[in-house]
Design a protein around this ligand. Sequence first.
Ligand SMILES: [Zn+2]
Length: 160
Amino acid sequence: MKPSPEILQPTDPLPPKPVVQLTASLQLPNGLTMEVPITIDSGSNADFIGLDFLQEHNIALLPATLPLKVVTVDGRELLGGQVVQQTPPMVMQIGNHREVISFNVTQLSDTPIVLGMSWLHRHSPALAWYQRQLTFGSSYCAEHCILPSPEGERMTRSYN
Ligand SMILES: [Zn+2]
């Protein structure tokens, strides 16, 4: 579903940020697991990882299986150009929600990872915008992502 353009045009001088920021635990291809800030941005068409982050952690890149053009609705310089590389599949965990994900590689200026509409479509998390709280309640997630751990939390709180 494409949001209509008028909803995306801020009329208020201080609109709420159209993104939610969380912390995920990411297992790098070398086996190291680290906490990484992620940005969930419905204005991004796909899932991206920043080149700087990859170089910093020596993550090897693969040619993209499906080169795609980066599109943003609001014309920010955050994302740009043609994506020609992707990461190997990595395990990413948010709360008790775990998935194997391969990111498209691009230049990101202020966040190492962006999850966009493709991710939102797949997992369909419920988002309480005011509390900036994410709940993974879809049947897809129940089947594929949610860890059956007793101490796992269903909700994940944003850090900002
Ligand atoms: Zn899921």
